[in-house]
Design a protein around this ligand. Structure first.
Ligand SMILES: *Cc1c(COP(=O)(O)O)cnc(C)c1O
Length: 361
């Protein structure tokens, strides 16, 4: 069986050793005589799995004790509503930076539940940069300040965090969680859908500072209330059991095989630099993002000619580099090179691009 190099933006590649381990344990998880898929979430053996997953996430991300880790469902998109519903009143205020479709959707949803304010936007140039932020324009008494840290569709990332003072910083880290060390203490909330860099789809991780829990609006649905999930150890109802188990395997891989997030970051830098260096030297392919805001995870590029883009995508797919077409709203190409993409995958892609360039001059 030949596995392809999968450059999908999400759901995306998982480490091969993780998939093999999951396959080995599929029918009989560690002598329990059951698959993790079949277990009661209230069983002792499953309790061990979810506790270990949380402990590993805390260890790998160095999450301080005054933060709760919640394993939820509903995707990152549910948090667009859950965040204002938990952190503001109807008269409350929140600042948003619009750096792409995900931030914009979050802002629109928040506008239904509080006074959401746009501080800055990069929509004028198709979100190809992170706007320069001036703290004097921030709402001083906002309940929170919202950013989308890594913009999956456009390939930008914040290399510097906004200075929000006492206003809690909330960040969507769906497409960069576990890609590098993050100082969790700088944030009120960090959250991520798992399907980009952590596990298969179905799990949403919310890391929330304890003092931000317990102030939900009356209309906040029970299932969106952080307090309910925090008080019940993410077991108020059935959690996404199997996906949490897969996240545990991925975390073990980061900790034991890679050697932690410092090492993960080194590897990710090495992969991204290889691709960006090629894009900067190529006469045919160009990156679409300003160099200072480039993402390590999602690398959009174009030839400048739609037909040539389509030809490249087709040839790449046939050669085993799949899901490299750009997002439908942007066009061109996008190579998502999350943690599980091996260095060799990027090396081979670059060699393929060089050859394509030679042959299509
Ligand atoms: C994929 C993605 C989302 C949406 O995630 P769902 O789990 O599908 O709701 C939100 N934000 C970012 C940054 C993403 O990459």
């Amino acid at each position: 069986m030949a596995r392809v190099y999968n450059f999908s933006a999400g759901p995306s590649m998982l480490p091969e050793s993780v998939l093999r381990k999951a396959a080995d344990e599929m029918l009989d998880y560690q002598g329990s005589g059951q698959s993790v898929m079949e277990m009661s979430h209230r069983s002792k053996v499953y309790d061990g799995i979810i506790k270990e997953a949380e402990a590993l996430l805390r260890e790998v991300m160095n999450i301080p004790d005054n933060y709760k880790v919640l394993f939820l469902q509903g995707g990152a998109s549910s948090q667009f509503a859950a965040i204002p519903l938990n952190l503001t009143t109807k008269d409350g205020k929140a600042d948003y930076v619009i750096t792409g479709q995900w931030a914009k959707k979050a802002y629109k949803e928040a506008s239904r539940y509080c006074n959401a304010n746009v501080v800055a936007s990069s929509e004028d140039k198709t979100f190809s940069y992170i706007p320069k932020l001036d703290p004097s324009t921030f709402t001083p008494d906002a309940d929170y300040f919202y950013i989308c840290m890594n913009n999956t569709i456009y390939g930008t990332v914040y290399h510097e965090l906004p200075e929000t003072g006492d206003v809690p910083l909330v960040a969507d880290i769906s497409s960069c969680i576990l890609s590098r060390p993050i100082d969790v203490s700088k944030f009120g909330i960090l959250y991520a859908g798992a399907q980009k860099n952590m596990a298969p789809a179905g799990l949403t991780v919310v890391i929330v500072r304890e003092d931000l829990i317990g102030h939900a609006q009356d209309i906040c649905p029970t299932m969106f209330n952080y307090q309910i999930h925090a008080d019940n150890g993410s077991m108020f109802n059935t959690p996404p059991c199997y996906t949490i188990y897969m996240a545990k395997l991925v975390l073990e891989w980061i900790k034991n095989d890679i050697g932690g997030l410092d090492k993960m970051y080194e590897l990710n830098l090495k992969k991204a630099n290889l691709l960006y260096d090629f894009l900067d030297s190529s006469e045919m392919f160009k990156g679409t993002v300003v160099p200072e805001d480039r993402s390590l995870m999602n690398v959009p590029f174009i030839t400048g000619d739609d037909e040539l883009d389509a030809k490249f995508v087709k040839a790449a797919t046939e050669a085993g580099f799949v899901n490299i077409k750009g997002h439908r709203s942007v066009g061109g190409m996008r190579a998502s090179i999350y943690n599980a993409m091996p260095y060799e995958g990027v090396e081979k892609l670059v060699a393929f691009m060089k050859k394509f360039e030679e042959e299509n001059k």
